[in-house]
Design a binder for this molecule. Sequence first.
Ligand code: C2E
Ligand code: MG
Ligand code: MG
Ligand code: MG
Length: 278
Amino acid sequence: RAKSAGQGQFAHYTTAIATETRDRTRLLQDLRMAFSHGLLFPHYQPQFDLKSGKVVGFEALLRWRTEEGQFIPPDRFIPVAEQSGLIVAMGAQVLNNALAALKTIHQAGFPGLRMAVNVSVMQMRQPNFVAMVQSALEASGVAPQELELEVTESVAALGMEVMVERLQTLRSTGIAIAIDDFGTGFSSLSYLDQLPADRVKIDRAFVNALDSGTGGRIADMIVPLGHKIGLKVLAEGVETEAQANILLELGCDEVQGYLYGRPMPLDALLDWLAKQPS
Ligand code: C2E
Ligand code: MG
Ligand code: MG
Ligand code: MG
């Protein structure tokens, strides 16, 4: 009995793996197709100075719109894009789109605002990564100071020395570096200290905890920690006034979240910007 039950479980397990593999293969095929048909493009979410309430920049967030007009969230397809290597071409396109969008925003009468773009380890692993970023910047006519690259602690998977060197090179040209999702990975503290960066982003799980009765002590710790090593601190996923007020008390510098503005396509963003109090 025990044996047959075991075999049953095994069969079930392999079926699950087969299904999973088939789903991934299918998803990757669809993703490649969508990418080549131009169905992948970023939306842009505004970021604000917390004290003044003024817009300081945007984060480019990739969207996949199916032929039927449905949006597939990045958490669903970015991992597949990373595993297949497709993220390299996709990421380069996001960077080009985001820089072109920023140029349009500047020319529409909103100069000086910055653009943050997420980059994967897989992209940074490319020997030509630094050159790719620099030539995208040059082609766009955007100043290096107006571009920020968001990296996560997972970049350390590449080997800390290579990582630090690449980020340092980019930073020496004026590009800003943000450490994204801080506190959600491993060995956070030593990476925070070693990665050359300008900004640390508090993950929205910790921001959510500020007024949900589950503590919020992590955000309490990240703000002074970031400041101590000379970083600006941006809280992401701010959804309530209560969270914003606590963050202000904590001395957090910048915010991003549904309370202030959702990720939007460029045309909607231009309309939205025109309606902002100046
Ligand atoms: P992330 O970089 O940490 O981006 C923040 C995520 O929080 C975004 O999810 C954003 O839409 C969401 N968000 C912002 N404000 C709020 C809020 O107030 N409440 C809630 N519930 N969510 C909020 P999104 O757009 O689904 O992206 C998920 C993740 O996918 C990103 O996390 C990033 O890791 C990855 N991603 C997105 N675009 C790209 C890209 O172009 N390249 C790479 N490599 N990764 C990307
Ligand atoms: Mg990000
Ligand atoms: Mg994040
Ligand atoms: Mg994330």
